[in-house]
Ligand binder design. Structure first.
Ligand code: ADP
Ligand code: MG
Length: 736
């Protein structure tokens, strides 16, 4: 840029810039967390305090009984919200929603309206009406609908979801009031990820309550799905990202030789957090606390420059909104610290990728966790009943669950020898497995009270404390008093897997209720009938239980024998959504209609294709414009040296050095040509065909290019290489 920089390559400049960060002081230190927690949200407590009594009561009826909010109450609520927001300095409001792009969307309107008083004097006032609060009509034509909408009905509507707190986003001196909303089409079709989640939460509650009543919890009114998402992410200095077209375009490195050190020393996980990162985390957490998001845990993850943020669990809908907000905040705050937060599942090859463990359970309206083995025999029987219904749900609907987490990014994790395998199975741990195995082996032939106690049900309370054999290789693991759906990718919107899981469990609660009704007529006591059903479910779901090493090849063979679906990647997983027998539970539980499933399938296929097309083009461009030219430079300098050596008549190893680079260069050119040839073939293919072609042809072609490019990186002079290297991107963060 300037003369003083002459002779220093942009990459070298980036390295020095990354080492000389100015100390970032945390923007503000607001004191004890409890004193500012939720200060930027208009939650129920604030509503109770600020709303007219009647409007507040109407709102509670809407929340608890689904009653429609009347006009007057809506206007009163809108006015209170506006007054609060304006007092906080907010100038604009937006309906905040989650379209099927997987991100969030918002369109801002200011609060102002114009009033004309006497003699047409113009006056600007702040105004916000009930109808503006409750419904919006963003131009929906640019959001994906998967073919559900024809242009003549391109309208989409957003509607306030009062169950999720309204919040203010502060950014660069702007303050915007965000109203969590659902997004749907003219005929009520869901155009977002939140609507199916809300529907699934309803169905789960209805079906769970019915079964719980049958087993004796007669006064149960509501069951909620609870969710806590552990979010993994990478941090990379912004100066490096600026020089990486691949990271800018696709969120991951498409090439780059492994650094000599990766994660083999196993020194990063739970290691001390570098100062620069701690300052960043603190800023992130402060923002999240203000937004009422109860983040609890921060730590280093397995890979260098990889970290994790975990909140305290909440109701699934709120947890999902909060995870989405957290992802935005992680990205936004990183930039202020000169960092880029990468939420991609696999930003760097050869080291661990990022997941988002979805800790999931259910609780009743007394706040009891249904997966908490309790202190009374009844609580333990309820625990076993709920557990066996979940086993049934995961066993029967594993293909759909697998499809719900299928994304191109996640393909780099699942089954790739580091993260959960692509086969959905359930891990239960020693204590529980023993109880279920005994049951299965016939130790509960007759479910008499004595036999039930004999079975070790009395030992159940130990389960919660059984931390001895946590299995990190399982995609769906029981961890004491909840399940962890570990196969979810770090960048995903958790509403999708959560709604599939809720729906699957709701469906199996329904089936279980029907079966239990019959058994209740046959058995002498209710407990016997319940235990008999548990026993049957345990036997039926044996195949989905697996406590061994999920990474091993033996497991793949074994899973095949057991008939579990093995859907190795997105191209294999998504097509199961076209099979009515796989998706009928979603329709039956009114979570997604047939048309909505079809549209989601199309959107997921298209997103896969677009993502990989961007990656393929970016790789092609980088190799053509950045890698090939430096290999040429290196080669010509080798030729000059070689000539000199030969002219002196010296014997030399030099010819090996030359031929090695020549061969690598040749392989590089050839692989690039193949990639180009295959990219050309994409045009004209239908979307589904394209997905299969990309998966079987383009991805291997990209891998070949990468491999030749990475070899070149190791052969070309360090000072010539223009692209920041893995060692720089992964290890600089602890150096400044
Ligand atoms: P672990 O080490 O067992 O994974 P934590 O107790 O730290 O332990 O839990 C991890 C995540 O699981 C946290 O986000 C936590 O809030 C969440 N979690 C704990 N209990 C539940 C539950 N009943 N339902 C949903 N999530 C839960
Ligand atoms: Mg955990």
């Amino acid at each position: 840029m300037t003369t003083s920089n002459l002779g220093i390559s942009p990459r070298q400049q980036a390295v020095s810039a990354s080492l000389t960060r100015s100390k970032t002081t945390n923007s503000d230190k607001p004191g004890p967390i409890s004193q500012y927690f939720g200060s930027l949200t208009f939650d129920l407590a604030k509503m109770r305090e600020k709303l007219p009594k009647e409007s507040y009561q109407n709102l509670i009826k809407t929340l608890e009984q689904g009653k429609k909010l009347n006009r007057d109450s809506a206007d009163a609520i809108a006015t209170s919200i506006k007054e609060w927001a304006v007092a906080q300095g907010a100038t604009h409001f937006c309906h905040w929603f989650q379209p099927m792009t997987g991100l969030t969307a918002e369109k801002h309107d200011s609060f102002i309206t114009i009033q004309y008083s006497n003699h047409s004097e113009l006056k600007v006032i702040e105004h916000f009406s009930g109808s503006q609060l409750i419904q919006g009509e963003p131009d929906a034509s640019s959001f994906p609908s998967g073919g559900m909408r024809s242009t003549f009905e391109a309208r989409g509507y957003t509607a306030w979801d009062p169950s999720s707190p309204i919040f203010i986003v502060e950014e660069e001196n702007t303050k915007t009031l965000c109203i969590p909303t659902v997004f749907f089409g003219y005929h009520g079709q869901a155009l977002d990820n939140k609507t199916p989640l809300l529907r699934s939460v309803e169905s789960l509650s209805t079906q769970a309550c019915e079964l719980l009543k049958l087993i004796g919890d007669v006064d149960v009114k509501k069951v909620s799905a609870t969710l806590g998402c552990e979010q993994e992410y990478f941090l990379v200095d912004k100066n490096f990202v600026a020089l990486r077209p691949d990271v800018i375009m696709s969120g991951r490195t498409l090439l780059g030789a492994a650094s000599t050190r990766g994660q083999q020393l196993e020194d990063h996980y739970f290691g001390s957090i570098p100062g620069r990162v701690k300052a960043y985390m603190q800023d992130v957490e402060t923002e999240l606390y203000k937004l009422g998001i109860p983040v609890k845990t921060r730590h280093n993850e397995v890979a260098p420059s990889q970290f994790e943020l975990a909140p305290i669990f909440e109701d699934a809908n709120i947890a999902s909104d909060h995870n989405t907000i957290s992802m935005e905040v992680l990205k936004r705050v990183a930039l202020k610290h000169g960092l880029v937060c990468l939420l991609h599942e696999k930003p760097f090859a050869g080291i661990n990728g990022s997941g988002k463990h979805n800790n999931w359970s259910m609780s009743n309206d007394k706040g009891e966790n249904l997966l908490e083995p309790g202190t009374t025999p009844h609580q333990n029987i309820r625990f076993l009943m709920v557990l066996s219904v979940i086993l049934k749900a995961v066993h029967k609907h594993s293909a759909a669950l697998r499809a719900s987490i299928a994304t191109p990014g996640n393909d780099h994790r699942l089954g790739a020898n580091e993260a959960p395998p692509a086969i959905i199975s359930v891990f239960l741990g020693q204590t529980l497995s023993k109880i279920l195995n005994d049951m299965e082996a016939g130790k509960l032939e007759e479910a008499t009270p004595a036999a039930i106690i004999d079975l070790g049900v009395a030992r159940l309370p130990e389960v919660a404390r059984d931390n001895t054999d946590r299995n990190r290789t399982s995609p769906f693991a029981f961890t004491g008093n909840k399940f962890e759906f570990r196969a979810v990718g770090s960048s995903s919107n958790v509403s999708v897997p959560a709604s599939f899981l809720n729906a699957a469990v709701a469906q199996e609660f329904k089936e279980a209720s029907a079966r239990l009704k019959t058994l209740l007529q046959q058995k002498e006591s209710r407990d016997e009938a319940v235990m008999e059903l548990v026993r049957q479910l345990v036997v039926e779901t044996k195949d989905v239980r697996f406590d061994g090493n999920g990474y091993s090849d033996e497991w793949k063979k074994e899973a095949q024998k057991r008939g579990l679906p093995i859907l190795a990647n997105t191209a294999a997983a998504l097509p199961v959504l076209k099979d009515d027998t796989v998706t009928s539970f979603l329709v039956e539980q009114k979570v997604l209609s047939k048309e909505e499933i079809e549209s989601r399938f199309h959107i997921m296929v298209e997103r896969y294709n677009k993502t990989l097309e961007i990656e393929a083009y970016s790789l092609f461009e980088m190799v053509t414009n950045q890698v090939i030219p430096v290999v040429e430079k290196q080669l010509s300098s080798l030729y000059v040296t070689q000539e000199g050596i030969q002219s002196k008549g010296l014997k030399s190893q030099y010819s090996t050095r030359v031929s090695t680079l020549e061969n690598t260069f040749e392989a590089l050119l050839e692989s690039v040509k193949t990639l180009e040839f295959k990219i050309e073939k994409i045009n004209g293919l239908g979307e589904e065909e394209k997905m299969q072609f990309i998966s079987s042809e383009i991805i291997p072609a990209m891998e070949a290019v990468r491999s030749a490019s990475d070899k070149s990186e190791l052969l070309v002079a360090d000072e010539l290489w223009p692209i920041p290297k893995y060692r720089e991107m992964l290890f600089s963060i602890g150096l400044s």
